[in-house]
Design a binder for this molecule. Structure first.
Ligand code: SF4
Ligand code: SF4
Length: 371
């Protein structure tokens, strides 16, 4: 199997303010090109695009290709599970939404924080072992956004899972909040096959500052910034798939171009990435990946990832009129402003990057809500 996977969490939208409004026509073009070029792996989850990622996968792929032409991974929304019977309920719903009768890979979604102990209490691991034994999932594992210490505990206690999905990218490699390197080392120690998520850090490593870009271009001017990020992850020990959350046909064309005949990093390329990581890390204010996990329970409907992205952008490039227009449009379009935050911190419980959202929103209000 080729090492590039198509992440179905950032699909093209018909309305930028409606995450459910996936553009099926463009998604079909993207999926067709991906498959034509010899790639097979698609990754979805119950909550991506407010449930529409799974149904769009069904329409774009499952209903249009024979079952052996694609590989599908899906994830159990463990935070919605209140009792053991809920696992079967969500799983059956996912089968219907995806239009398949088995998943190639099935994951417990985001076992960080209290999710691991809650999953133990409700019998989540017994459930996924049961669906594997019944032939409804070929391989089982979990995705993870927490410390290397907790990962070590889980892999020690659950040593019969088949793989683990980790957030790894060159910017977070030595970040103490994310612990990409430490988590990778733990998975390798447990001889666990690894799927990488967020290799381009929510798209932010596809568009890097000019001085960082110059470093890459000096070595290979034809390679995109995203290619460096994806090849970094794909070159790591035990990694068998790297997911890219693609949003345009151009991104698919670029990614399949260099991943069709994947060549791992040489030592010069690895050194250049370390140099660029140091340069970018000096300037990124808020390490948000735009996963939007934080937004679901916000009582003020604050557009947290969008505001963080605007804030990072103004930190990198200075405050521009278009950033302010974008901010005001979000607020006018039904979202709370940064200053509407009531500091309930429900968002922070869901944030895999451990960002102090309420505190950071104060800084954002100070920048974008100056009269
Ligand atoms: S702390 Fe602020 S941003 Fe976070 S959920 Fe509460 S109101 Fe929303
Ligand atoms: S603040 Fe955290 S949870 Fe929210 S979008 Fe950013 S990384 Fe995801």
């Amino acid at each position: 199997m080729k090492k590039l996977g198509f992440g179905l969490m950032r699909l093209p939208l018909l309305s930028e303010f409606d995450r459910a409004s996936v553009d099926l026509e463009v998604t079909i073009k993207m999926a067709d090109h991906f498959i034509e070029q010899g790639f097979t792996y698609f990754d979805t989850a119950y909550m991506y695009h407010l449930g529409n990622s799974e149904t769009v996968f069904k329409k774009a792929v499952a209903e249009r290709y024979p079952r052996d032409a694609f590989t599908i991974a899906d994830k159990m929304p463990v935070w919605l599970v209140k009792e053991s019977g809920d696992y079967q309920k969500y799983f059956d719903e996912q089968f219907g939404r995806c239009g398949v009768d088995y998943f190639d890979y099935y994951l417990l979604h985001n076992l960080g924080g209290n999710a691991y102990t809650d999953t133990l209490k409700c019998g989540g691991f017994e459930f996924i072992k049961g669906i594997k034994a019944a032939g409804k999932a070929r391989r089982i594992g979990f995705s993870f956004h927490d410390s290397a210490e907790l990962l070590d505990r889980i892999l020690t206690e659950q040593n019969d899972v088949d793989f683990v999905q980790l957030q790894i990218n060159y910017i977070d490699w030595d970040n103490e909040g994310i612990q990409s390197r430490k988590c990778h080392e733990v998975a390798v120690k447990h001889r666990m096959p690894i799927i990488v998520m967020e290799p381009v850090k929510g798209g932010s490593l596809a568009s890097i500052p000019e001085d960082a870009e110059k470093i890459f271009n000096g070595y290979n001017s034809a390679a995109s910034a995203a290619s460096w990020a994806i090849r970094f992850a794909a070159s790591l020990e035990n990694v068998f798939v790297v997911l890219s959350g693609m949003s345009t046909t151009g991104q698919v064309a670029d990614n399949v171009g260099y991943m069709r005949d994947f060549k791992p990093f040489n030592s010069d390329e690895r050194a250049l990435v370390e140099q660029v990581a140091a340069l970018i890390n000096k300037n990124t204010a808020i390490p948000c990946t735009a996963c939007a996990y934080c937004t679901e329970d916000c009582p003020q409907n604050i557009a947290i990832p969008q505001y963080f992205s605007l804030y990072n952008n103004q930190k990198q490039f200075g405050l521009t009129p278009s950033q302010t227009v974008y901010y005001n449009n979000l607020a006018a379009g039904g979202h709370g402003k940064a200053s509407d935050c009531v500091a309930c911190k429900q968002c922070e419980e869901h944030c895999p990057q451990h960002i102090e959202v309420a505190e950071r929103l104060k800084e954002i209000a100070a920048v974008f809500e100056k009269s």
